[in-house]
Design a protein around this ligand. Structure first.
Ligand code: FAD
Length: 436
C-alpha cells in the first residue's frame, strides 16, 4: 500500500494514537485483520459511543484510514480498502440497550451477534425475522452495513424494513442519530436506510433499534427433489400460487443440492411458520401435489442458510432481476455454466428476484472461464434491468473485474453523500462501488 508521506507510519502511528487516546483499548492488530493486501497496524476496541467518537476524531485529524469490524465474515465483499491503518472492532460494544416487549422494539449495540440477539428475545416469545448466514458470528452492525438478507426476505422483507433507528459516527466525528425507538417517528432524511448496505463507508454503526415480531409457535422446513431445474421452478410456482403462505421459498440447482447434501437433483425448499396445526395443514396441502416432500434436518437448514458464506465452491456472486424474470435468468445461468465448462451451484429466493451463484475454479483455464462467465451473467442481469455483484473472488481477480459493476446515474449522488459524511475519506476508502 502506498503511504502518504505526511502521515505517521508504523510504530510512530501507534505511538501518536496511543498518546492521544491512551492504550487501554488499543493494541497491535494481528494478521487476521488484513483485508486483501491492506494490513492495519492498530486494533481499537472502544467500549462506548464516546470512545468511538474520540477514535474517529483522532483518525480524522491524522488522516488515518479506519475499517469498522464486527466478526470479519464479510470483509471479502467489494474492493480491498486502498488504505487501512486502524481496525475498529465492535467486540466490546455489545448487548441489549433496551427491549420493550409490549412495543415490539429492541435497541441493541452493534457488536452483538444475531445469535445473541435471538437468545435475548426468545424468552419474550419474540424474534427479528431476518436470517443472514452465520448468525453465531455475524453482528448487528455487520448485518446492517453489508445488507445481509436471507430466505426470510420472501415473507418478511429486508434489513431496511426492520431498522427503526440507528446511531453512527460520521467522518467529521459527529454522532448522528437517525430514525427513532418507536415504530412511527417524524419524517426527515432516512439515515437508517442510507446506512443499510453502506459497507462501512459512511461510518461505524454503534447502536440500532429494530422492530421485532412474535416468534412463530412452529417453524419447520420441508424439501422436495425435482427431475429438472425447470420442474423445480414449476413446483415453486405451484406453491407460490397455492393457499400456503411460506416464510421462505428457495430453489436449488442439482449442484447446490448435492453440495448441501440434499440429493443429486434440483431441489425446492419451503419454510412454514405459524401455529402447529396451521403448519401441518399447509404441509399436507403441499404434499398432495408434491410427492416426496420431506422435513429437513436442522443441520441441513443451517447449511442452506450459510450457503452464500460457506456453500460449495470458492467464488460467489449475488444477482437480482425483477421476480418475473428470475426463472428465465436462472435457467440461462445454469445452461451457460455448462457451455463454459464450469461446475455451478445456484440458489434463488423464489418470488423476490434475488439469486446466488457459486463456482469452483482452480486452474488458470478455469479461472479464465469463471471470469468470462461472471461477465456474461452481469451482462444478462443488466439487460433485464438488474445487477450482479461478485461477492467472493480470489484477491488477484479483483483487479481484472469490478466486484460491484457499473452504477450509472446514482454514482454522482453517492459521491455527494460520501463527501458530506466522510469528506477526508477515512472509512473503508475505495472499498465500495465506484471506488467510494
Ligand atoms: C455513499 C452512499 C450513498 C448512498 N445513497 C443512498 C441513497 O441515496 N438512497 C438509498 O436508498 N440508499 C443509499 N445508500 C445505501 C445503499 O445504496 C442501499 O443499501 C441500497 O440502495 C440498497 O439496495 P437494495 O436493498 O434495493 O438492494 P439489495 O439487493 O439488498 O442489495 C444492496 C447492496 O448491493 C449492492 N448494490 C446494489 N445495486 C448495485 C449496483 N447496481 N452496483 C453495484 N452494487 C450494487 C450494494 O452494496 C447495496 O448495498 C447509499 C450508500 C452509500 C455508501
Amino acid at each position: 500500500m502506498g503511504r502518504d508521506e505526511s502521515r505517521p507510519s508504523g510504530s510512530e502511528l501507534t505511538r501518536v494514537l496511543r498518546e492521544r487516546l491512551g492504550s487501554e483499548w488499543l493494541e497491535d492488530a494481528g494478521p487476521e485483520y488484513a483485508v486483501g493486501p491492506a494490513r492495519p497496524e492498530t486494533l481499537a476496541k472502544p467500549r462506548s459511543l464516546e470512545e468511538v467518537r474520540e477514535l474517529v476524531a483522532v483518525c480524522r485529524s491524522l488522516g488515518l484510514a479506519l475499517v469498522p469490524w464486527g466478526s470479519g465474515t464479510h470483509q471479502h465483499v467489494g474492493n480491498a480498502p486502498s488504505r487501512l491503518d486502524v481496525v475498529l472492532s465492535t467486540r466490546d460494544l455489545s448487548g441489549i440497550v433496551d427491549h420493550d416487549p409490549a412495543d415490539l422494539t429492541v435497541t441493541v449495540r452493534a457488536g452483538t451477534t444475531l445469535a445473541e440477539l435471538a437468545s435475548m428475545l426468545r424468552p419474550s416469545g419474540q424474534w427479528l425475522p431476518l436470517d443472514p448466514p452465520a448468525p453465531d458470528r455475524v453482528t448487528v452492525g455487520g448485518m446492517i452495513a453489508a445488507d445481509l438478507n436471507g430466505g426470510l426476505r420472501f415473507s418478511h422483507g429486508r434489513v431496511r424494513d426492520w431498522v427503526l433507528g440507528l446511531t453512527f459516527v460520521d467522518g467529521v466525528g459527529r454522532v448522528v442519530r437517525g430514525g427513532g425507538r418507536v415504530v412511527k417517528n417524524v419524517a426527515g432524511y432516512d439515515i437508517p436506510k442510507l446506512l443499510v448496505g453502506s459497507y462501512g463507508s459512511l461510518g461505524p454503526v454503534v447502536e440500532a433499534t429494530f422492530q421485532v415480531r412474535p416468534l412463530p409457535a412452529c417453524d419447520r422446513t420441508f424439501g422436495v427433489s425435482a427431475p429438472s431445474l425447470e420442474d423445480a421452478f414449476r413446483y415453486a410456482t405451484d406453491i407460490f400460487d397455492g393457499p400456503c403462505s411460506p416464510l421462505a421459498l428457495d430453489v436449488l440447482d442439482a449442484g447446490a443440492a448435492a453440495g448441501l447434501g440434499l440429493g443429486k437433483d434440483p431441489f425446492v425448499v419451503v419454510r412454514l411458520g405459524g401455529e402447529t396445526r396451521e403448519v401441518e395443514m399447509q404441509r399436507d396441502g403441499m404434499a398432495s401435489f408434491l410427492r416426496g416432500l420431506a422435513p429437513l434436518e436442522p443441520a441441513q437448514c443451517a447449511a442452506l442458510r450459510d450457503f452464500t458464506l460457506r456453500g460449495p465452491g470458492s467464488w460467489g456472486a449475488r444477482f437480482a432481476v425483477s421476480p418475473r424474470e428470475l426463472v428465465h435468468v436462472a435457467l440461462r445461468a445454469e445452461e451457460e455454466a455448462s457451455r463454459f465448462g464450469l461446475p455451478l451451484y445456484l440458489r434463488v429466493h423464489f418470488g423476490t428476484g434475488v439469486g446466488f451463484v457459486r463456482l469452483s475454479a482452480e486452474s488458470s483455464k478455469e479461472v479464465e472461464a469463471a471470469l468470462g462467465y461472471l461477465r456474461w451473467l452481469r451482462f444478462l442481469c443488466r439487460r433485464f434491468g438488474g445487477f450482479c455483484v461478485y461477492e467472493q473472488l480470489p484477491a488477484d481477480c479483483k483487479a481484472l473485474v469490478d466486484p460491484w459493476g457499473p452504477l450509472d446515474a446514482t454514482l454522482e449522488l453517492m459521491r455527494g453523500v460520501k463527501a458530506a459524511l466522510d469528506p477526508r475519506r477515512i472509512f473503508n476508502p475505495g472499498r465500495y462501488c465506484g471506488g467510494l
